[in-house]
Write a protein of this length. Structure first.
Length: 52
């Protein structure tokens, strides 16, 4: 993907934006998987979450 985005008078190269977006989405997916594991772990009998 090549080109530029224009907003508020600033230009951003989409090549740079694309790699950052891919990295962000990978981190977001990893966080979601960890949250799913924690959530599923709480559903087991005898498990509870301690609130801070």
């Amino acid at each position: 993907m090549r080109g530029t985005l224009h907003q508020d008078g600033s230009r951003v190269e989409t090549q740079v934006t694309e790699s950052l977006l891919r990295e962000f989405l990978a981190l977001l997916e990893a966080a979601q998987e960890e949250l799913n594991q924690r959530w599923n772990g709480q559903e087991k009998p005898g498990c509870h979450a301690d609130l801070a």
